[in-house]
Write a protein that binds this ligand. Structure first.
Ligand code: PGA
Length: 259
């Protein structure tokens, strides 16, 4: 059985004060129900607050810390960039790679993302690799093709030893921050497609081990239905991860769906 994973992507939202308040509320709510929680939880604050969040999470070691991006190189003349090693050194264990906002606004392509995934793995961190189609691509019925090429181009050069260290997140771009969630059937259809694709490349045993999260307007009201789908292994949560109670409700939905 695969563990369900819930990762909160805070994006460029909280200031220091709200980030600290949020991490404290999540840690308190988590501590109050920790004995019932079996899913893996990750919070991904902006870089700036990682160290402080890590300190605040000392008493809740099962709440993991992630970053929202990293560079491909370990160090050097890359003004403004942050390496996976640096993130590891402040306690991050996960890094979101290839979020559609990075692809769209920062022009990150498959080759660059491949380098980032490799950088995460060599720093001993877990990449959460995002893929997903735009509305135009779905309307043109190209969604499977688009997701297939995003995964193949960035990830299928990985060895069978490295590939299962990667978490995938299917995030249809039209559902991110829009309130338009994929239906549980649409999510399951794509997750099943992705698992099959991995199976064709690496074998079904390996494909069964890979976690595939859903992201895109996943919230306290729809998480249970989404997570009940056999190939949906949890969620990458944006807006709803900024409200501690909603995030905890999503975490509980993940635990409830761990059969
Ligand atoms: P959303 O964002 O939950 O606000 O739609 C998800 C994401 O971008 O990871």
């Amino acid at each position: 059985m695969r563990t369900k994973i819930v990762a909160g992507n805070w994006k460029m939202n909280p200031n220091r004060e709200t980030a600290v308040a949020l991490v404290k509320s999540i840690a308190d709510l988590y501590a109050a129900s920790a004995k019932d929680i079996r899913s893996t939880i990750v919070i991904c604050p902006p870089f700036l607050y990682l160290s402080e969040c890590k300190d605040l999470l000392k008493s809740t070691p099962l709440l993991h810390l992630g970053a929202q991006n990293c560079h491909t190189e370990t160090k050097g003349a890359y003004t403004g960039e942050i390496s996976a090693e640096m993130l590891a050194s402040v306690g991050a264990e996960y890094i979101i790679i290839g979020h559609s906002e990075r692809r769209l606004y920062f022009g990150e392509d498959a080759q660059f993302l491949n380098g980032k995934v490799k950088a995460c793995l060599s720093a001993g961190l877990t990449p959460i690799f995002c893929c997903g189609e735009s509305l135009k691509e779905r309307e043109a019925k190209n969604h499977f093709e688009v997701v297939e090429s995003q995964i193949k181009e960035a990830l299928f050069g990985m060895s069978p030893v490295d590939f299962p260290k990667i978490i995938l997140a299917y995030e249809p771009v039209w559902a991110i921050g829009t309130g338009l969630t994929a239906t549980p059937e649409q999510a399951q259809e794509m997750h099943h497609f992705i698992r099959n694709l991995i199976g064709q490349q690496y074998g079904t045993d390996l494909a069964e081990k890979v976690a595939i999260l859903y992201g895109g307007s996943c919230n306290a009201a729809n998480a249970n239905e989404l997570f009940s789908q056999p190939d949906v292994d949890g969620g990458l949560i944006g807006g709803a991860s900024l409200k501690a109670a909603d995030f905890l409700a999503i975490i509980n939905a993940a635990t409830q769906n761990m059969k």
